[in-house]
Write a protein that binds this ligand. Structure first.
Ligand code: FEO
Ligand code: CA
Ligand code: CA
Length: 642
């Protein structure tokens, strides 16, 4: 149902998009990344769901969802059904982890050797595959009895609970298959595995072995235990998965001010390490910076691993820089360097790009598996006139010199934030997913919000002071669709949409969608706080949100075209149970299944294990609310969204 046409007309839209700055070319809504591109939104014919807020998930009428994996579900056939009161750290190692986030569907095809992940990946099989899922963080007050609220678990958690938490974060690999009964977990699959905060990993790339990565437990600076803050990620055509380390600072306790080296003190402060953080370091000493000041430098990286080899040792890729990684997504064109895009999800942090030193060779997997270890990292500068530049972060270039604390490339990568700032990159409104639409070859940056941006600090790329609703920005590399040069150091950019209510009274808070004044999205078509993004096989953009409850309705998914008359005009597809954000979204290659991760359901003030806001998805008085992955499909078997 469409609302009365109260949306801003085109002139108003341009004014809104200009925000407090002058309306430059960058702020005008030009007809799309590629004007010649065919419109895709005619295919988005699902019946839109309303904005609402309750204890259920919501889908259009003609769709169903299987609850595929919940926190605590066994991932092998030797593990008993989940009973929260009986949970031990040892048993959690064999169970799906907590707070599911990024999802990669990695196809499995018959008659292909297990180790040929690249061939499995290219098989595009959409009925059998590995579901690779991040587990971002743990919430003891919702996982265990005995905590009155989230603060009571901050410094008072027990050793036993810490051990379970360490086993419940990280990542899961689970084989799934679609049969007559929908999607099922294959419990006896040899591929199923957990990656946790204690899994052995390698450190690779230019910073590996650097003094600042050496600890008492690892004098080599090349081996580390575990990963944490695993938010979003990416996939590679050589059959590996990338997982991001985002909010790792919260796992460390101690006083940065007491660290002797002022540069390291600043580094630790910058990632939120403080004596008031959770006291994991009381039980696992490396998480106390007074005990092990270099351990935090071994987190905040992208991690690459091979889900097709359950014995594979994950690698932290220092070449992609160290910051609060949301994720990294790839553009791989045969015979060209691999380009990867990522964001640093913090206020006033940057958008990054990596360009590999060597070229991508589709048939040489051994070669491709080194492409993310050697290359150049760049940070983005968004000009006021719609031009943009990638600034290389290379020691010795510009201000990245010894006098500024950069003695080596390792320093540049460990302190990538500081390097990017000194180079003049544009501080952004919390960059989340950055992903390229294969359909038009343009790259989209989700900017979730930034309440800290002052009136005087707005610019064309971040046009709103106190940006509560976030926005989506479009990067247009030079060249035409399919032939865009993502390796060029220059690009054009424009605003794609501004989150928020298009009918908001305050112009500074007014959202802006669509390119034509006659098009009016419905009253449920608007959203705020874009976080994750996916593109369906037809090139439609699917945005997952984190923060809409502050606007009065659930977080969820909104789908829209990126080209044509319905460009940037969203339709509401999925809604979360209260308290949750939605992560993932991931399509099977045929577009017939959409996986979503519902994270932190029932998170709310005073909501605890013993007295939760609700108990989604089981609604069983003996079970707490459980973060879960859903497999969504159309009842008639067609493509999702069409
Ligand atoms: Fe973990 Fe940036 O969301
Ligand atoms: Ca996220
Ligand atoms: Ca989030």
């Amino acid at each position: 149902m469409k609302d009365s046409p109260k949306n801003p007309g085109r002139r108003q839209l341009l004014k809104t998009l200009g925000g407090a700055t002058a309306v430059g070319a960058a702020s005008t809504l030009i007809p799309g990344c590629d004007a010649k591109q065919k419109a895709t939104a005619v295919n988005l014919s699902f019946r839109e769901i309303p904005h609402s807020l309750d204890f259920e998930h919501h889908l259009p009428q003609e769709y169903s969802a299987d609850i595929l994996l919940r926190w605590g579900d066994p991932i092998d056939d030797n593990t008993a059904e989940f009973r929260p009161q009986a949970l031990t750290a040892q048993s959690q190692l064999h169970r799906f982890g907590y707070n599911n986030d990024f999802i990669a569907f990695m196809p499995l095809a018959a008659d292909i050797p297990a180790e040929r992940g690249d061939l499995h990946y290219r098989s595009n099989n959409s009925t059998r595959g590995l579901l690779c899922v991040n587990h971002e963080y743990t919430q003891p007050h919702l996982m265990f009895p005995g905590y009155n609220n989230k603060y009571s678990a901050t410094r008072g958690v027990s050793a036993e609970h810490v051990a379970i938490e360490q086993a419940a974060c990280g990542h899961s690999v689970v084989e799934i298959a679609r049969g007559d009964k929908g999607w099922q977990v294959i419990l006896d699959s040899p591929y199923n595995r957990r990656i946790t905060l204690t899994t052995a990993m390698q450190i690779r790339g230019p910073a590996a072995g650097d003094k600042r990565l050496q600890t008492a437990a690892d004098p080599s600076g090349t081996r580390v235990l575990g990963t944490i803050g695993n938010c979003a990620g990416g996939k590679t055509p050589w059959g590996t998965v990338l997982i991001a380390e985002e909010g790792f600072g919260g796992a460390f306790q101690g006083a940065p001010d007491d660290i002797e080296d002022p540069r390291e003190a600043r580094n630790h402060r910058d990632f939120g390490i403080s004596p008031h953080n959770r006291n994991l370091g009381d039980y696992d000493r490396r998480f106390d910076i007074q005990h092990e000041p270099n351990e935090p430098n071994r987190f905040g990286w992208m991690v690459e691993y091979d889900p097709y080899d359950p014995q594979s040792v994950p690698r932290k890729l220092t070449s992609l820089g160290r910051f609060e990684h949301e994720g990294f997504t790839l553009v791989c064109k045969p015979g060209q360097a691999v380009v990867a895009y990522g964001g640093d999800d913090d206020e006033h942090q940057f958008v990054y790009r990596y360009v590999s030193k060597d070229i991508y060779k589709p048939d040489d997997t051994a070669h491709n598996r080194q492409l993310l270890t050697e290359g150049t990292l760049y940070a983005a500068r968004f000009g006021e006139d719609g031009s943009g530049q990638w600034l290389p972060l290379i020691v010795g270039q510009g201000p990245l010199i010894r006098e500024n604390g950069f003695r080596s490339q390792a320093d540049v990568l460990i302190d990538a934030r500081r390097a990017a700032a000194l180079m003049g990159a544009t501080p952004m409104d919390r960059p989340e997913d950055v992903e390229t639409n294969p359909h038009n070859d343009c790259t989209y940056v989700m900017l979730t919000k930034n309440k800290k941006r002052g009136k005087d600090a707005v610019d064309a790329a971040n046009p709103r002071p106190r940006n509560t609703a976030g926005h989506v920005l479009e990067i247009v590399p030079p060249g035409s669709t399919g032939k865009r040069d993502h390796t060029s150091n220059h690009f054009r950019w424009q605003q794609f949409l501004l989150g928020g209510n298009p009918n908001a009274e305050n112009p500074a808070e007014r959202g802006a969608y669509g390119q034509q004044s006659h098009y009016n999205i419905s009253s449920h078509g608007w959203f705020a706080n874009p976080d994750n993004v996916a593109f369906d096989p037809r090139g439609n953009m699917w945005v997952a949100t984190d923060g809409c409850e502050r606007f009065g309705f659930h977080d969820g998914l909104w789908a829209m075209a990126t080209e044509g008359p319905l460009r940037a005009a969203p339709k509401h597809f999925f809604g979360c149970p209260q308290g949750a954000e939605v992560c993932g979204p991931e399509f099977t290659p045929d577009g017939k299944t959409l996986f979503v991760a519902v994270q932190h359901p029932a998170e709310a003030r005073n909501s605890t294990f013993s007295s939760p806001l609700h108990r989604w998805p089981d609604n069983d008085p003996n079970l707490p609310p459980r973060p879960s992955v859903l497999a969504i499909y159309r009842d008639d078997g067609g493509e999702v969204g069409r």
